[in-house]
Write a protein that binds this ligand. Structure first.
Ligand SMILES: *Cc1c(COP(=O)(O)O)cnc(C)c1O
Length: 371
């Protein structure tokens, strides 16, 4: 089989470009031996919260930890229900279940692939405590409508912003659009660490305080444990690497948007559905995800030409074996189910060259002609 000539992401190319600041950042942490929490984490918490326009950032071990701890800090647990979309990464709903609460799925909007606010209200019961809105692929969820529903029913609104660092909704950055927001710095995300890392962002000082305790064994200060907490802290090395990369995040999101525009121009005449960007948002294209019939055949043909692609996500969460106990059957969420059959994410990263994109576009045109 042909070698990959266009990968999905290219973290090596990113490292080549930022080698000096990244190496210096890692060395700084090793010299100080501040490996868990510490000054680099505190500095990055301040810098990333400021980037979002929020008051507090709490550095944690992963995006999954951020979601879990946000739910814990809001005292969501057994007997509670939390509304989430079924078309997202597993962690969005798994963390709800790990709290002992029940994920209640609501179908997505066919244009943005985000939670459809028009369907949310019908899923609310006296047990509902929160809505987790995912900004999928980098396109912000419809937050005004969700906020209005949350306020009217007394629910918390949590952002899963793991794929949307820097994206804007009506001019405001994600991370400031609900009560609390959760970010992942998994290496391939728009802002990626050199290992696992995540952050919870909020404007609420009480919530920030609680999150700082919960991530570190419920400690108020060393060996003074005021409640049961967890070991979900951010590493110093991850914070230092993220600090080295944060100043370039906007520029790199712009590069993603330019590459998305190039795909748009090149793919316009083909029989595929292109990503949608609502007029009041700024998409950051964590994924450039098209829809195509005969998806698996098209994907195989692109692979034969050395082009990597990915399917985000092939099976909606309500049909995952891990969630059979929730009792959902096929057909319950028709949009999520249809979309999961057709989505195909094309290579997308800031270093993707024009020549590489032209190659992807012509190979895709050939693959479609062959169907
Ligand atoms: C990546 C991701 C997460 C989980 O983040 P990790 O850092 O991998 O734990 C959660 N939700 C969404 C939508 C994600 O894309």
């Amino acid at each position: 089989m042909q070698d990959i000539v266009v990968p999905m992401v290219d973290l090596r190319a990113e490292y080549e470009r930022f080698r000096n600041p990244i190496d210096a950042a890692i060395r700084r942490v090793v010299e100080r031996t501040a490996f868990i929490l510490g000054p680099e984490v505190e500095a990055f918490e301040e810098e990333f919260a400021a980037f979002c326009g929020a008051n507090y950032g709490i550095g944690v071990a992963s995006g999954t930890a951020a979601l879990f701890l946000a739910l814990a800090a809001l005292d969501i647990g057994p007997g509670d229900e939390v509304i989430t979309p079924p078309f997202t990464f597993f962690a969005t709903a798994a963390t709800v279940a790990h709290r002992g609460a029940r994920p209640v799925f609501v179908d997505i909007d066919e244009a943005t692939y985000n939670l459809n606010p028009e369907l949310v209200e019908a899923a609310i019961t006296p047990r509902t405590r929160a809505i987790v809105a995912v900004h999928l692929f980098g396109h912000p969820a419809e937050m005004d409508a969700l906020q209005e529903i949350a306020r009217r029913h007394g629910l918390w609104l949590i952002e899963d912003a793991a794929q949307a660092h820097g994206a804007r909704y009506r001019g405001k950055r994600v991370g400031t659009l609900g009560d609390v927001a959760c970010f992942s710095f998994y290496p391939a995300k728009n802002l990626g660490a050199y290992g696992d890392a995540g952050m919870v962002v909020t404007d609420d000082p009480k919530l920030a305080d609680r999150l700082q305790r919960l991530r570190n064994h419920g400690q108020r200060k060393r060996y003074d444990h005021v409640e049961l907490g967890y070991a979900e802290r951010m590493d110093g090395i991850q914070a230092a690497v993220l600090r080295a990369k944060l100043p370039y995040l906007e520029e790199r999101n712009r590069a993603r948007r330019e590459r998305a525009a190039r795909y748009h121009r090149g793919l316009k005449g083909l029989n595929v559905r292109l990503p949608y960007e609502a007029p009041h948002v700024e998409h950051v294209y964590h994924c450039y995800t098209i829809r195509v019939t005969h998806r698996d055949a098209v994907q195989a043909q692109l692979r034969e030409r050395g082009i990597a692609t990915a399917v985000h996500y092939p099976k909606p969460l309500h049909l995952q074996q891990a969630f059979t106990y929730l009792g959902y059957s096929p057909g319950t969420f028709p949009v999520a189910e249809r979309v999961s059959q057709e989505v195909l994410s094309l290579p997308m990263y800031p270093e993707l060259s024009e020549a590489q994109q032209e190659y992807v576009i012509s190979a895709l045109a050939d693959a479609l002609r062959a169907q």
